[in-house]
Design a protein around this ligand. Sequence first.
Ligand SMILES: N[C@@H](CCC(=O)N[C@@H](CS)C(=O)NCC(=O)O)C(=O)O
Length: 277
Amino acid sequence: MTLTHLSEWTSFGGTLSVYEHESVITRTPMTFAVYTPKGEGPFPVLWYLSGLTCTWANVMEKAGLQRMAAELGLMIIAPDTSPRGDEVPNDTSYDLGQGAGFYLSATQAPWAEHYHMDRYITEELTQIIADNFQSDMSRQGITGHSMGGHGAITLHLKNPEQFKSCSAFSPITSPSRVPWGQKAFTAYLGKDETIWKAYDASALVKSGHTSSAHILIDTGTADNFREEQLKPELFVQACEASEQKLTSRLQDGYDHSYYFVASFIEDHLRWHAEALG
Ligand SMILES: N[C@@H](CCC(=O)N[C@@H](CS)C(=O)NCC(=O)O)C(=O)O
């Protein structure tokens, strides 16, 4: 496996690097970013999964997380949100296809050939990070925004030994019950809704997929997707019923944008740094 180094910047004494490689799992070139703080390492690792329409760049350019990552000594990994390329199936809408991989393994044509973002992250990219960076893979946490919040919670609940800490910004908490998720799951997984439950954070918790972690969620009260697509209250109810430790906060006046993410990224990075020790 060859890693092609595309870009590098110094930021808060650390290094932000962008790489491309040929993925065995998505069967496409994949791009990802790594922020490595200054110093010797190995560093605990925080994965950041982005939302609809995003690449690695949105969080690295807009969240301002490098300052806190440098201070806390956290390595940040930002994968892309889907496979991409002329050969990769796409859709004209922003919430399906390229930029909208939903962190699952598609089973339906034409998506099944390339769309396997969950396994890409938990298997292939994890191995790449372990083999090529000053990472302490015994201390990994995961966070994300919106579709990436759904990805962070579901990947944590299904892999609690790998991702020991978990948080999310404005996550889609029950994709099976909201239009973004219903559209994507029908396309990627087919019409059998019982299969969807494996990718639904609230359904997972309800069915006993809890973890010993204390999950942190922030959602803005002025988020125009909150009532129709995010529904944080569904995850709160599921966690209460299953005794999953959760702090779910509604942040007054904040919307769905990176102005919101940037406002609370310090809290989340500190949450992970403390949990990972
Ligand atoms: N208004 C967006 C909807 C998608 C959206 O809001 N994406 C969020 C994640 S779900 C995002 O982070 N967008 C990129 C950004 O704000 O930098 C569009 O139509 O493209």
